[in-house]
Design a protein around this ligand. Structure first.
Ligand code: ADP
Ligand code: MG
Length: 549
């Protein structure tokens, strides 16, 4: 319509008039321009009202003085580069309240170099809150010999964390358990202690059934297998139970050798790939299992593992009811699933192996929430600025570390090739570090995380294989060099700091470069400002399940 009017005006006007009209259009682009032809009743062409308002606003902003920003006193929940976007710690945004996001507009390239932080609002991990009011391990029903083993193996563990208080009693009653609780809340001991107690009561196998362990813990990586085996072995030593680990990447001969070394192992900690291989070659049998644990169950049920896990569960004699667990001659297996997020496809899996009624679901109140005791910084950067920023962070950390020894740094990349590339750059800058990624040969990978845990190097550059379950109480800073592809990955990576027993307060620094990264950051920021759990992560198993029997 507007085009039609202009054309019509042009047709009616002579060349001089046209010229003056053009000059007016050029000189006065910001004012309402009324094109008048000889016919005064013609409709008027206007600049859209919204555009006018924006222009007026810009003009008055330029002319007027800078309004002072009211910075709220007191501790902050969110601190931003632009202080007007700060949120005080005492303020929580309502569910429907509009949130002034610091990451709003971050999809635009002009937002580069902007940053904001979700501040640390409490010192201790939520799992340790009110620890003293939670009683002790004796009240949870554990036997004296198990408690003695705990005391000797992990003397620093004196009182149970909240997840341990919730999980141990139903496990001792023979329930199958699905436990979803935040990272670093002590889930390993919460299944090992009651399950070891069960093994002590059960019938022992003679040594000829050596390739038939009585307990199985499945984990998604060989590093995690080594870690769980170390904890289980240190407990087992005082209980007369033998624990072995079976990691992926082993050829058949090495696998046979590994299994042959400990002919009477009671508990096997394995990755799905290695166990699948051993089962196919009939090197091992699961017929005598008393328990099976899926640790980091959300990862075990993702597409890279689910078929293997399905196969392994199919070979395991999982009990239909607690009564089947008590069979004195051939007890069936108790199923335990733990993780930091609720896995998708869980119900499908459960319906194949046991009845959903036999399952008790346990969730922590802080599940899928932004960790309140860890500072989380988000920096909007151009892709090419990331290396410089990282080197600066690492050098600063090294300097601070020399002044006063503190924690270590974990740098996460999204691919093995980025880990290698970044490694060469750090070598060029003479920054000593370790690398860990899934494409390394098994022999090279062996022990890398353990030596990082022991403090042989201060920096580990890695992919997500180090983000699941690995205990890292010495880690002080996690850098997301590449922003994680999903919110689950963010939760797991951030969970490498601020663990129960951590000696240093944790910080997570994330570089944000792509528009899809920004979408995730906005979800995280909104959840933090509203103090709600992260969206899109299931917070319960889909079908209604009985809550703690
Ligand atoms: P999760 O599996 O939930 O991520 P872990 O089982 O790896 O956590 O435990 C994290 C850390 O907390 C470990 O170093 C462990 O020794 C420590 N820990 C576990 N339980 C307790 C407790 N009750 N008191 C103190 N520290 C504990
Ligand atoms: Mg764990």
């Amino acid at each position: 319509m507007r085009l039609f009017c202009i054309k019509r005006n042009m047709a009616l006007a002579g060349p001089t008039r046209l010229l003056s009209l053009a000059v007016r259009l050029l000189l006065e682009p910001r004012r309402n321009i009324v094109l008048r032809g000889s016919d005064q009743s013609l409709p008027v062409v206007r600049i859209p009202r919204a555009l006018q308002r924006r222009q007026e606003q810009r003009r008055s902003d330029r002319g007027s003085f800078q309004r002072p920003v009211l910075v709220q006193p007191g501790p902050l929940l969110v601190s931003a580069k632009r202080p007007e976007l700060n949120q005080p710690a005492r303020l929580t945004l309502g569910r429907w309240e509009r949130a002034p996001l610091a990451s709003r507009g971050w999809k635009h390239r002009r937002s580069r170099q902007d940053h904001f932080s979700i501040e640390r609002v409490q010192q201790e991990a939520p799992a340790l809150r009110n620890l003293s009011s939670r009683g002790n391990f004796v009240d949870l029903g554990l036997e004296p010999r198990v408690l003695l083993a705990l005391q000797k193996a992990v003397p620093e563990v004196v009182q149970p964390t909240s997840v341990q208080s919730k999980t141990i009693p139903p496990l001792l009653r023979g329930r199958h358990i699905l436990c979803a609780a935040e990272t670093g809340s002590g889930k390993t001991l919460s299944y090992l202690l009651p399950l070891f107690q069960r093994l002590l009561k059960g019938p022992e196998l003679d040594s000829r059934s050596s390739t038939a362990p009585r307990g199985l813990v499945l984990v998604p990586s060989r590093e995690l297998a080594e870690q769980v085996q170390a904890v289980a072995q240190s407990l087992g030593r005082y209980l007369g139970l033998q624990v072995i680990a079976l990691g992926g990447g082993l050829g058949m001969n090495r696998l046979k050798l590994q299994l042959g070394k400990w002919p009477s192992a009671d508990v096997l900690v394995a990755t799905p790939g290695a166990l699948w291989k051993a089962l196919k070659r009939q090197l091992i049998s699961l017929h005598h299992l008393n328990f099976i644990v899926l640790d980091e169950v959300d990862t075990l049920l993702d597409e890279s593992f689910v078929e293997l896990v399905d196969y392994i569960l199919g070979k395991s004699p999982i009990a239909e009811s607690p009564a089947e667990l008590e069979d004195p001659f051939n007890p069936k297996a108790q199923l335990v699933m733990v993780g930091a997020t609720f896995p998708e496809g869980l119900n499908q899996l459960l319906s194949k192996v046991t009845s959903p009624d036999s399952l008790t679901t346990i969730t922590s109140s802080k599940l899928h929430c932004i960790m309140p005791h860890v500072r989380q910084t988000f920096m909007r950067l151009k892709g090419t600025e990331k290396v410089t920023e990282l080197i600066q962070i690492l050098k600063q950390h090294d300097k601070a570390n020399k002044a006063e020894p503190s924690g270590t740094v974990l740098v996460f990349c999204n691919s093995a090739s980025t880990v290698n590339w970044l490694g060469y750059i750090l070598d060029d800058h003479k920054i000593q570090h370790l690398r860990l990624q899934g494409q390394m040969p098994a022999s090279m990978r062996a022990g890398i995380f353990q030596s990082f845990q022991k403090g042989s190097q201060n920096i580990l550059v890695c992919t997500d294989i180090a983000s699941r379950g690995l205990d890292s109480i010495h880690v002080e800073v996690v850098v997301n060099y590449d922003f994680p592809p999903t919110l689950q990955d963010y939760i797991h990576r951030a969970g490498r700091v601020g663990r129960v027993g951590s000696e240093v307060p944790g910080t997570v620094i994330s570089f944000v470069t792509h528009p899809w990264d920004v979408s995730l950051v906005q979800k995280i920021e909104l959840a933090a400002r509203r103090r709600r759990s992260l969206p899109g992560l299931t917070s319960s198993a889909r079908d209604p399940l009985p809550q703690q029997d």
